[in-house]
Design a protein around this ligand. Structure first.
Ligand code: ZN
Length: 432
């Protein structure tokens, strides 16, 4: 029998908070209680002063495989995610080729089986992410795909989206996740449209590009009874729509990124492409709107949209550089430093948004992620030291790329151990 004992921590999970040691036997939580004695040969991991929580689940990562393994691959991305406390991630399908085909999806899942996280793949809604013809949703579903999206691009054609909702409604647990940006409204834009884009002379992408798509999709979800998820929601007016739809019983969930909860479009005044992403960083009012939506549960989950780019891609003028930034390794510490420590959200709310809410959205709770820490449950755990202070140095991150917007930030809180199926993937802050 292999035993791991997490000693001296405080458990925070969907059942609340309490001081407790956690004994793991052969990959399963065996005992939760105070002052447990280790068995012979047990691996004892120090959790004193730390929070023991279900492993984090990131609903939106770009591990660039297949096609751009120079920027990231499943193995390097999963290592970075484990260092960030993740035990499961969902890879977006905008790869080269895209994940619109069972063989390509199966190859990514196979790579994931040998990695530091449980890796799931989102499947395309349309063939080639071209927005016209539906991808073989049923075939991808049979491989375990539950999230369908053309992420990177919006499904612009309302009728295609309607057909996808109708098709997906017959697949239990399937959800359509939208990159909500109307392509016509964002064409030629490189940052949020507003005071800063006007001042900097950079063409903008208005918040209405997002909110009009969200409004349309909510109407289609209502019409079809389908499940809808808003990826990386960024605009306060989108949050209003989602809040209202939830109150009316529409089957909708939403996520927000750490960057959209913290940074504003003023960051683009540096002309540093590290701050370029889609949807773009928004105004202070939108950031405040996202925070309010996270607090009241309109936003269910925090996902990173981890989007690595090699240095040569980002070392271009702002308007030519590709959008996207790193996130998996820093998300929890950024949330802790900027939202939990200042009292914007409680620790429980933060962990819910980073673990058990996204696990439920992706159906990963059925595989033992984001579930209560109690006997009989699979041991997928994160041990987080909330007082460990560190400085983000992108060259020291496990990702293959370096485009972190948090470079040089002093963060409070760091993942000490990550446990996947009862085995440490991260031990004492380093890859195990
Ligand atoms: Zn996207």
């Amino acid at each position: 029998m292999s035993e791991v004992l997490l000693s001296g921590g405080r458990v925070v999970d969907p059942n609340g908070e309490r001081a407790a040691d956690v004994r793991v036997l052969d990959g399963v939580v065996a005992e939760v209680g105070e002052r447990l004695a280790p068995g012979a040969g047990a691996l004892v991991l120090d959790a004193s002063g730390a929070i023991v929580t279900p492993g984090l689940v990131d609903l939106q990562v770009h591990f660039r495989e297949p096609g751009r393994e120079d920027a990231e691959d499943v193995e390097s991305g999963a290592r970075a995610a484990a260092l960030g406390g993740c035990t499961a991630v969902v890879c977006m399908p905008n790869t080269e080729p895209p994940l619109d085909d069972a063989a390509v999806v199966e190859a990514v899942l196979e790579r994931g089986r040998r990695s530091a996280c449980d890796v799931r793949a989102a499947g395309c809604i349309t063939k080639g992410r071209a927005g016209r013809e539906l991808a073989p949703l049923g075939e991808l579903y049979d491989l375990g795909v539950r999230i369908f999206t053309d992420d990177g691009d919006c499904v612009a054609d309302a009728n295609v989206m309607r057909r996808a909702f109708e098709y997906a409604a017959a697949l239990p647990g399937a959800v359509l996740a939208q990159h909500a940006e109307d392509p016509a409204l964002v064409r030629g834009g490189h940052m949020n449209e507003g005071e800063w884009s006007a001042r900097l002379g950079i063409p903008g992408r208005p918040v209405e590009a997002e909110s009009t798509i969200v409004a349309r999709d909510l109407a289609l979800a209502r019409l079809t009874g389908g499940r809808y998820h808003v990826l990386h929601m960024s605009a306060a007016q989108s949050a209003h729509l989602v809040r209202e739809a939830k109150a009316q019983g529409v089957r909708v969930t939403a996520e927000c990124t750490p960057q959209h909860l913290v940074l504003t479009d003023e960051a683009c005044a540096t002309f540093d492409p590290v701050f370029k992403m889609n949807p773009p960083l928004r105004s202070r009012a939108d950031v405040d709107g996202m925070r309010a939506a996270l607090v009241d549960g309109t936003i269910d989950a925090i996902a990173t949209d981890h989007a690595p780019h090699p240095p040569e891609a980002k070392e271009q003028p702002f308007e030519e550089a590709p959008p996207g930034m790193l996130g998996v390794e820093t998300a929890l510490a950024v949330v802790w430093t900027t939202l939990v420590e200042p009292g914007v959200v409680t620790p429980e709310r933060a962990f819910a948004a980073l673990s058990w809410a996204p696990a439920r959205i992706a159906g990963l709770d059925a595989d033992g992620h984001g579930v209560p820490i109690e006997p009989g449950r699979p041991a997928n755990l994160c041990v987080f030291d909330p007082s460990h202070t560190w400085v983000v140095e992108s060259h020291a991150l496990a990702s293959k790329s370096r485009n972190s917007p948090w470079e040089g930030w002093t963060l409070t809180g760091r993942v000490r151990h990550t446990i996947l199926h009862g085995r440490p993937t991260v031990r004492d802050g380093a890859l195990a």
